[in-house]
Design a protein around this ligand. Structure first.
Ligand SMILES: [Zn+2]
Length: 252
């Protein structure tokens, strides 16, 4: 690290759990963020400011005036611009050292598989079950840690599925693809602005811990947050041996 990098990351380097070695691990790491909206904004801002080396941002959508209430990586002059590109511009003004790749499409299939296989950690900042299950499927197949967040109204949740560990549950163990889970879009239900900041920042924290290999992650735990009462609940997650997504992986 050069002098400027030592200064930029000095408050991380002061942390004994991270230090220069941990900061180098962040710099060597590649995070994939799917969704550059409410959750993806704080997640991308903290990963970039914190010194992740490479960030791939996926979002097919463009910035709209209704996004600016909570999607803090976007600016008024980005309205109409693809969200991934708008986020890339903001991140460059904070930390130009981070390499930011943008994918302006609704990713699925082989494209998603290839993006997941190239990442060290995957952040699900999407807003629909189809994308959540597709991401989980790719993370199970490529054994990548998945940091999953969701927020609607005043309710948030976050969990880590560390699929490098064969004993860890996957997203599908928790939410089987039954078709009963209906998408609860912010566009219809509304969402409290700082809620996505709380959950997205925690996703960044878990992603940085996973790549630096420090602390205890949320693997096997689901945290549920009620912003109206400021109460957190922890639900312990166990792997479902009959899970059609990760069950076969473990028999192989
Ligand atoms: Zn599973």
């Amino acid at each position: 690290m050069n002098d400027e990098q030592l200064l930029r990351y000095s408050r991380h380097i002061l942390l004994p759990q991270l230090g220069i070695e941990g900061q180098e691990k962040l710099r060597a790491a590649h995070a994939l963020i799917v969704g550059a909206g409410g959750l993806g904004s704080p997640a991308a801002l903290y990963l970039a400011s914190g010194g992740i080396g490479t960030l791939t941002l996926c979002d097919h959508d463009a910035v709209d005036l209704t996004n600016l209430q909570r999607q803090i990586v976007h600016r008024v002059d980005s309205i109409g611009t693809p969200k991934a590109e708008s986020a890339r511009r903001t991140l460059a003004t904070i930390n130009p050292e981070v390499k930011v790749n943008t994918v302006i499409e609704r990713v699925a299939g082989a494209r998603l598989e290839s993006l997941v296989s190239g990442a060290d950690v995957v952040l699900d900042c999407s807003d629909n079950f189809a994308t959540r299950h597709a991401l989980n499927r790719a993370c199970v197949a490529h054994r990548k840690p998945l940091v999953s967040g969701a927020s609607v109204r005043f309710d948030g949740q976050i969990a880590v599925f560390d699929l490098r560990d064969p004993r860890a549950p996957c997203y599908h163990c928790l939410f089987p693809e039954s078709g009963e889970n209906e998408d609860m879009r912010c566009a219809v239900m509304g969402v409290f602005a700082p809620l996505v900041g709380v959950i997205g920042a925690m996703q960044a924290a878990e992603a940085l811990k996973l790549v630096a290999g420090i602390g205890e992650t949320l693997s096997g735990r689901l945290l549920l947050f009620d912003a109206l009462t400021m109460e957190w609940r922890t639900v312990r997650l166990a792997r479902d041996p009959a899970c059609t997504m990760c069950g076969q992986r473990n028999q192989a």
